[in-house]
Design a protein. Structure first.
Length: 227
């Protein structure tokens, strides 16, 4: 069911976005500086447009992935149960990743880095993002940043039978990351201190691991009964 997938994507974004402090925190802090020259409303607007660009790129990548993966998913006897098991596995890996118990996306990020080296210079010309339009374009580029959290969401998007559903999955995931990144922009120091606290990261990681185990176990039982 699409609703279950979207719920998983939203939770992945909401809980997993603690990782965004390290990956996107620097760029967000850059956008939120120089309050003397920008009103708080203007600063918030620039951050919002940056994030809209980032989320748009996520949805676009989801659409591209969906075109290639949807036909393969149709060959499976029970694609929904399979997709939720895959999601569960990646929730577990993401939980280990966020809690810093295991760098479970090391090789994925290393592979993505090769593409990012070519893309990243296009984004730098929009810094500092002094307008909403430049912030949007910066976000469109930064959405390609190699990130284990994004790769987890893409794994979920790949299991959809419709490319539009894959795009929607990534869109909802991106929306899930939005609250944390907007908070980082306005309360950078305090939010970073909380989210980078080891106990907080372990706690959130365990939440993801527990949810992932329940997904894998629940849908494994479902598939056994289905047969």
């Amino acid at each position: 069911m699409l609703s279950a997938t979207l719920l998983s994507a939203l939770l992945m974004g909401l809980i997993g976005s603690t990782h965004c402090v390290g990956m996107c925190g620097g760029i967000i802090s850059t956008l939120s500086t120089n309050f003397n020259n920008k009103s708080q409303a203007q600063s918030f607007s620039i951050q919002l447009f940056y994030n809209l660009g980032r989320i748009t790129t996520y949805a676009f990548i989801g659409l591209l992935i969906g075109f290639f993966s949807s036909s393969l998913m149709e060959l499976l006897p029970n694609p929904h149960a399979f997709s939720m098991q895959i999601a569960g596995i990646f929730f577990i890996l993401l939980g280990l990743y966020i809690s810093q118990l295991l760098n479970s996306f090391k090789y994925f990020e290393a592979a993505g880095q090769k593409l990012w080296i070519r893309i990243e210079p296009f984004g730098r010309k929009y810094l500092p993002a002094s307008s909403n339009w430049n912030a949007l374009k910066l976000g469109l580029v930064w959405g390609w940043l190699p990130c284990g959290l994004v790769y987890s969401a893409l794994a979920l998007a790949m299991t959809q039978l419709n490319p539009l559903h894959s795009a929607l999955t990534m869109l909802v995931f991106g929306i899930g990351t939005l609250p944390t990144l907007l908070l980082i922009g306005h309360f950078a120091k305090n939010v970073k201190m909380i989210l980078q606290n080891k106990s907080v990261r372990i706690g959130l990681g365990l939440m993801l691991i527990t949810y992932g185990i329940s997904q894998v176990a629940g849908y494994s039982v479902f598939m056994m009964h289905d047969h």
